[in-house]
Design a protein around this ligand. Structure first.
Ligand code: NAD
Length: 301
């Protein structure tokens, strides 16, 4: 069943998700603070709005894919003032505390809030194969079966506000730790004289395989394109959010603290806008080696 959907935040993840909703036949009203991406969306058949408030005046289901908890909270406040909106689905990674704030602000206006952080990266967003972790009212989750189906596989986590955010932080701490660990061991192997492609092949054939060795290294590190599609600053934010929640719960954070330090170093040395596969760069610098080789264009060489 097609329906009207508002979509706020058309970045690396939001844009391809919006495109899938348009392709599935939904009438999608979009807003982003960047005019260029709004223009690109209207070229695909989406309808442009000029503010968050306008989206919430025009659609009953408002989805958002935003960079930080602060931006999500500000957008949720504007959504809460909408006259037509009935539910707000936040696809961003913002942590449990910010999600709870959104639930409170929206519930005061009779608007349902669903946390729906996603995993699977830009490729998953393009292909409609994301894992969506959802918390909030189960009836709202069921109401949105078709919408979630256009984006990937939606897993209901809990009715508790923010629970899916906690799940997402757990997932991303694992992703951050395994990417950092893979970078560290490959740098060590290269300095010892091993071929990085062989290191990755062997890891993938054995018990050291992770998403980092299977996908991130072959696609974005070994060819030195550093273009996987997730910013270092966003990964550093997710690790910080994990640490905040674990500290509140008084659970061990020895691994998470080391991982956080590695991502802060990457952010300082490569910049927050760099791709998160740049985590290998400070390690290469410290070791005095380079992992992989840039692909050259045969036609121009
Ligand atoms: P991004 O920075 O590429 O996109 C964010 C978009 O939000 C930008 O287009 C920006 O202009 C827009 N925006 C910022 N403030 C706004 C506002 N006030 N109103 C409207 N639009 C606004 O980020 P992304 O990589 O697409 O990630 C979005 C969210 O998804 C983040 O929370 C991130 O942690 C999470 N996430 C990203 C990935 C990934 O691989 N990129 C994977 C899973 C989850």
């Amino acid at each position: 069943m097609s329906s009207d959907i508002g979509f706020i935040g058309l970045g690396n993840m939001g844009f391809p998700m919006m495109r899938r909703l348009v392709s599935a036949g939904h009438r999608v009203v979009v807003f982003d603070t960047r005019d260029d991406v709004v223009g690109d969306a209207t070229n695909l058949g989406a309808l442009a709005a000029t503010s968050v408030g306008e989206v919430a005046h025009r659609t009953e289901t408002v989805m958002a894919s935003l960079p930080t908890p602060q931006v999500s909270n500000a957008v949720a406040l504007d959504v809460a003032a909408g006259t037509r909106v009935r539910r707000f689905v936040d696809l961003s990674t913002i942590g449990g505390e910010a999600a709870q704030r959104n639930h409170d602000v929206l519930a005061a206006r009779g608007i349902a809030a669903l946390d729906s952080p996603v995993s699977g990266g830009v490729r998953g967003a393009e292909a409609g194969t994301l894992a969506l972790m959802v918390s909030g009212a189960r009836s709202e989750f069921e109401f949105l079966t078709d919408v979630f189906g256009a984006l990937g596989n939606a897993i209901f986590v809990s009715e508790k506000p923010g629970a899916a955010q906690t799940m997402k932080l757990i997932n991303n701490l694992m992703a951050a730790a395994t990417l950092a660990a893979t970078a560290e061991v490959v740098v060590m192997g290269v300095k010892a004289g091993l071929d990085p492609e062989v290191i990755i092949d062997v890891l993938n054939a054995g018990s050291g395989a992770t998403h980092a060795s299977r996908d991130k290294f072959p696609r974005a590190v070994l060819p030195r394109t550093f273009d996987f599609g997730f910013a270092t600053g966003l990964m550093a934010k997710d690790v910080r959010l994990y640490l905040d929640e674990a500290e509140t719960l008084s659970t061990p954070i020895e691994v998470a603290e080391v991982v956080a330090r590695i991502w802060e170093t990457t952010q300082t040395e490569a910049g927050p806008a760099s791709d998160f596969t740049s985590v290998v760069l400070p390690m290469e610098k410290a070791a005095g080696v380079t992992v992989g080789t840039e692909k050259t264009d045969c036609a121009t060489s």
